[in-house]
Design a binder for this molecule. Sequence first.
Ligand code: ZN
Length: 182
Amino acid sequence: MSWITEYVRPKLRGLLRREVPDNLWTTCESCNQMLLSKELRKARNVCPHCGHHMRALVADRLKWTFDNGVFSRIELPQAPVDPLGFRDQKKYTDRLKDARAKSHEDESLAVAHGTIGGHPAVVAVMAFEFMAGTMGAAFGERFVAATRLAILQKSPLVVFTASGGARMQEALSASCRCRAPR
Ligand SMILES: [Zn+2]
């Protein structure tokens, strides 16, 4: 091995690896303008050029909604997993595992409470980043929990919707397990 392969090449690789990170720029879905991701987040995902509202992650949505970004997420019920033993190219249980790892959310609905403009409020945010915000049994149970909490606190329930519809892996019968709040 020469000094070129031992010393120069690794150095060059190191330099090349210090490339621009993938998420530094975001392209506006509406006007195709390249936007600095950091600036876009400061503008709460609203394009400064055309005013287009881009998708927001659950974590950001909650931070932006509550006063001073302060809120508490509530512990939510876990529904039975994979009621149909569904499998397409992958097992449904594996898809759930992947979705949890990628989105850092444990289901397609997150619920938190705090204050908005000084008023107590419960906020439920659908996580499009979790299996396109699809609704299964867990979603139903969580929505009921959010409603119950709002009734208990006598506070408004604000819901941010972002959904791809019913989750096919659980089918309609499973997603209709949700009960009306008592
Ligand atoms: Zn735009």
